[in-house]
Every structure is written in C-alpha cells, then in structure tokens.
Design a protein. Structure first.
Lengths: 132, 139
C-alpha cells in the first residue's frame, strides 16, 4: 500500500491538497493595502513626532499621545504596521526555517506575540487618553 | 563531464540552483536583500514602538527604562538607523508598487530606481535631523 505503484489512489488524488493553499492572492493584496496605508501613516508619525516632541521624555510622550489626532493616527499605525509585519515575517520564516516543528512554533509566535503586543499598544493609547 | 557516467555518481548530491556566492553583485540584488533586512529591522522597531506605548501607559516609573534607552547614545543611534531602515523600506516599497503595475522593470530603470532608494535611505535621516534641529519645538 505504501508503494506509489501499488496504491489505489490516482496520481492526481495523491498530489491534491499538497499544492498552493489558495490564499496567496489575499495575502498579496493585504500586504499592498497595508503598505499603502503605511506610506501615509509612517511618514505622518515620523514627521509629527519630530515636530511635536522635544525628546523621548515621559511628559512629552503623554502630551503627544493625548492629542486626539495623534492618538487615532498611532492606533491606525499599530494596526497597519503589525498586520504588514506579520505577513513579511511569515515569509521570512517560511523561507529560512526548514525544520517543521521550529517553523510551526515561530509562525505561531509571529501571530500570537504580534496580536498581544498590538492589542496592548492600542489599549495603552486608550489608557493614556481616558485613564486607567 | 566524463565522470558523470560512473555508477557511484548517481548518489552524489545534485547541484542546487546557483545562489549568492556565484552571482556578480549588482544593485537590484542589494535592494532585494536590503528590503528584507530593513523589514526585519523595522519589526524590531515596531516592538520598541509598542514597548514605548505600553510603558507610557503603565506610568513614569515603568517608562524610565525605555525612556532612558531612547535618550541614550545607543538609543539615539538605533533610532537614526531605524529611520534609515524605514526610509529604505518606504522608497523600495514604492518601487515595488511601480513594478506591480508592470513598469520600471527594464534593467536600466530597475538599476536607477534601486540607486534612488539607497540614496534616499542615506538622505532621509539627515533631512529628518535637520527638521529636528531647525524645524520643530526646541530644547
């Protein structure tokens, strides 16, 4: 049964489900949509921080994040950046890590750590604005 | 090759596709590698960004370490390099948007836009530094 010649399965049946997962186009579009958002959000964030903050101090940071425009911009930046990063790092892990268990673990961490940090970062902006 | 017909050669490792070590370096190869490298660097930068937000929300006491790191010479150099990495990933990302439309793929065009992305990555942090020094609120 294990020999391919003796199997009752057809060659097509054997290779089915081993091919592309069918998610490539969605990932491709998602990567580009988030990239387009990040062109605007990334540039906006860098320039705003530079123009509005004296340095990386605590009070300066609070002042920056309590402006409603900055708070919304930072939350959008976190969402777009973390979504985009997850796609990019997934590709890097799949390219360079061959061992199945290590690859699975890293892909899992790539998803879970980014969700945890992303939700934490968004909640942090809300706490700064509305109190703990 | 004559040796290829010897029976034991059947079990030799077969050659794999030519990789980095056999290619003459060219600029579009550098931008491709840099795009991935700066992407990974920015992944680290984004984690730092999240740490900034979370420790700010946790209060002045927990922010002390992150704030101290950001203000230290190592932190400032790190931020400078992150700005350069962002500038490269941005410029090269826009280059990829152009490639997606099917334009700019002629080798001479791809080469010149590659150089543009690299030069932009060098110039942008300097420009931002000028903005910090002469543009915004002042220390």
């Amino acid at each position: 049964m294990s020999s391919p010649q003796r199997s009752m399965r057809t060659p097509l049946g054997r290779v089915r489900a081993y091919g592309a997962s069918g998610q490539g186009t969605g990932t491709f579009i998602g990567q580009r949509v988030s990239a387009a958002a990040l062109v605007i959000l990334g540039l906006w964030f860098l320039i705003s921080v530079v123009l509005q903050m004296h340095g990386p101090g605590f009070v300066d940071s609070i002042d920056f994040l309590t402006s409603p425009l900055n708070a919304v911009g930072v939350i959008l930046l976190v969402v777009a950046a973390f979504y985009h990063m997850r796609i990019g790092m997934k590709e890097v892990i799949e390219d360079y890590i061959q061992k199945h268990s290590t690859k699975t673990l890293l892909l899992l961490l790539n998803t879970l750590v980014l969700i945890a940090l992303g939700v934490g970062a968004i909640f942090a902006v809300l706490i700064v604005n509305f109190g703990a | 090759m004559a040796g290829a017909t010897r029976p034991q050669d059947k079990f030799r490792e077969r050659p794999i596709a030519p990789h980095l070590q056999v290619w003459r370096w060219h600029i579009t190869m550098a931008t491709s590698i840099l795009h991935r490298a700066t992407g990974v660097a920015l992944y680290g930068g984004a984690i730092l960004f999240a740490a900034w937000l979370i420790t700010i929300a946790a209060g002045a006491e927990s922010y002390r370490y992150v704030g101290g790191l950001l203000a230290s010479p190592v932190g400032q150099l790190g931020l400078y390099l992150l700005v350069a990495a962002f500038a490269f990933h941005l410029a090269n990302g826009i280059r990829h948007f152009i490639f997606d439309t099917g334009a700019g793929l002629k080798p001479s065009d791809a080469d010149s836009t590659a150089w543009f992305a690299i030069l932009f990555a060098i110039a942008a942090p300097v420009g931002l530094w000028v903005l910090v020094t002469f543009g915004g609120l002042h220390r």
